[in-house]
Design a protein around this ligand. Structure first.
Ligand SMILES: NC(=O)c1ccc[n+]([C@@H]2O[C@H](COP(=O)([O-])OP(=O)(O)OC[C@H]3O[C@@H](n4cnc5c(N)ncnc54)[C@H](O)[C@@H]3O)[C@@H](O)[C@H]2O)c1
Ligand SMILES: O=c1ccn([C@@H]2O[C@H](COP(=O)(O)OP(=O)(O)O[C@H]3O[C@H](CO)[C@@H](O)[C@H](O)[C@H]3O)[C@@H](O)[C@H]2O)c(=O)[nH]1
Length: 439
């Protein structure tokens, strides 16, 4: 099928290369000229395992093209996916500005009947608006069918997730469109759930809200574990073995971040509020997450006193490993807190550099290695569990830091190992390890 994708962010790009890989003819449209020009050279605008290989492979076989010429790309498409951003507005609701712009451009450009598939995460009822925005701009007698097909990929494993997803959700206004989109995905051989549009829209928000709830729940249990002398790793393993609970998304840490959970939880509170339902459970999930993000710096102040003038290393800047995305990353709020405390911040991440420099142009030092970040540091925070950080020899904290005070927001190390190397090691939901003698 001739498919055009509008908006080549994470979702648009991964969808595009994976659909090209299974044999469809894909045109990717974005308003960002630099992004499109880089993509045409085979360069990925995002760090995502496997993406560059798929871009190059499909460019070479002529299965994918990248353009800013939206008019032309929409005019011949049989199916158009919308995957533009839906960022958070000031009041927490989803900002639909990019969706509306894309829909109106589609309406102005199409020259034949088309199925428009919304992949972006949009509040319940938005697809009906999308149809109206498109139809208001159509000249002539053309039929537009709308399908809601929310995306569930995770950054860092986006390609694996696309080929191995748990389900594909298709919310359609007519059976024919649902079947056409179902057939498009057939080569992935994944379970397909067909439903109405509003239910499909809700499935996306409810999924993210449930996962965020699981994280805030385990973080609260971790906070209690610290006070009663229990170990969150053992507790999570013990409860996760119950197949009704499941072992995934029970890693306690410094809270969830990223481009989805923070904004989608707030948007769902708004969606509920719009129909006069106060979603108190989800409000608490958000509140717990906000507090959790500040815990590690608070803990450091409790242990070490004022942080002013201290050299603080921070390891891991992306919101999770295997991505260069720093949207709503815990590292950002930690750096802000450390700067407010007048600490000197030395930051390291295996892939993030320019983006964090743009946020903190003058007041942090970006390091090119863990060694550089922790040398002569008074304390060290771990914000992201990259393998490079998890595999770093613990003895080096002792050898290179002024005093080995480690505040680990991702439980990267075993307590026994920290004891063995005589570190001061504070993690989440576990007893602190206190060095028996100083360096
Ligand atoms: N990032 C994820 O992991 C993920 C996963 C599932 C769902 N989602 C949802 O998918 C949507 C897209 O997220 P993302 O992270 O891929 O977005 P993104 O912010 O990375 O990229 C959006 C892209 O859309 C482009 N764009 C904006 N207006 C346009 C227009 N009129 N025409 C063409 N291109 C336009 C922008 O230039 C940008 O490149 C959001 O609704 C998000 O909630 C994201
Ligand atoms: O047990 C866990 C699991 C995750 N996290 C944190 O939660 C955030 C989100 O992680 P993850 O869900 O793995 O990454 P995303 O790429 O944000 O993916 C989520 O958001 C996407 C956008 O909506 C959805 O498509 C995915 O299904 C959903 O998992 C990150 O900060 C993680 O550190 C934890 O703290 N503990």
């Amino acid at each position: 099928m001739k498919v055009t994708i509008a908006g080549i962010g994470y979702v648009g790009l991964v969808t595009g290369v994976c659909l090209a890989e299974i044999g469809h003819e894909i045109t990717c449209v974005d308003t960002d000229h630099k992004k499109i020009s880089d993509l045409n050279k085979g360069e990925s605008p995002i760090y995502e395992p496997g993406i560059t290989e798929l871009i190059k492979h499909n460019l070479a076989k002529g299965a994918i093209r990248f353009t800013t010429n939206s008019k032309q790309a929409y005019s011949f498409a049989e199916i158009i996916f919308i995957s533009v951003g839906t960022p958070e507005s000031d009041d927490g609701s989803a900002n639909l500005q990019y969706i509306k712009e894309a829909a109106e451009e589609i309406g102005q450009s199409i020259r034949k009947n088309v199925i428009v598939v919304t992949k972006s995460t949009v509040p319940v009822g938005t697809n009906e608006k999308i149809k109206k925005w498109i139809e208001n701009k159509i000249t002539g007698r053309l039929k537009v069918s709308i399908v809601s097909n929310p995306e569930f990929l995770r950054e860092g494993s986006a390609i694996y997730d696309t080929f191995n997803g748990d389900r594909i959700i298709i919310g359609a206004e007519d059976e024919l469109s649902a079947n056409i989109i179902g057939d498009l995905y057939k080569p992935f051989d994944l379970p397909i759930i067909k439903t109405d549009i509003r239910s499909a829209e809700m499935i996306k928000y409810a999924s993210n809200a449930f996962l965020a709830t699981k994280i805030s729940f385990i973080n609260e249990i971790a906070n209690i574990c610290e006070k009663v002398g229990a170990n969150i790793e053992d507790v999570a393993q013990g409860i996760g073995k119950d197949s009704r609970i499941g072992s995934q998304f029970l890693s306690a840490g410094i809270g969830y971040g990223g481009s989805c959970f923070p904004k989608d939880t707030k948007a769902l509170v708004q969606i509920a509020g719009d129909v006069h339902h106060r979603f108190e459970l989800l409000e608490s999930v958000i509140k717990v997450n906000n507090v959790q993000r500040n815990r590690l710096v608070h803990k450091a102040k409790e242990v070490l006193g004022p942080l002013a003038g201290k050299k603080a290393a921070i390891l891991g800047l992306s919101f999770k490993p295997n991505t260069d995305d720093i949207r709503e990353a815990a590292s950002i709020s930690m750096i802000e807190q450390l700067l407010a405390e007048k600490a000197e911040v030395f930051a390291f991440d295996p892939v993030v550099n320019g983006k964090i420099k743009a946020l903190f142009p003058e007041n942090i030092k970006l390091c090119t290695s863990i060694d550089e970040a922790i040398t002569k540091a008074d304390l060290c925070f771990i914000a992201t569990e990259w393998n490079e950080i998890k595999e770093y020899p613990l003895v080096k904290f002792k050898d290179l830091m002024k005093e080995p005070f480690i505040f680990d927001g991702r439980n990267c190390f075993q307590l026994m190992e920290a004891e063995k190397f005589n570190l001061n090691y504070y993690s989440i939901g576990r007893e602190p390890v206190i060095a028996k003698y100083s360096n």
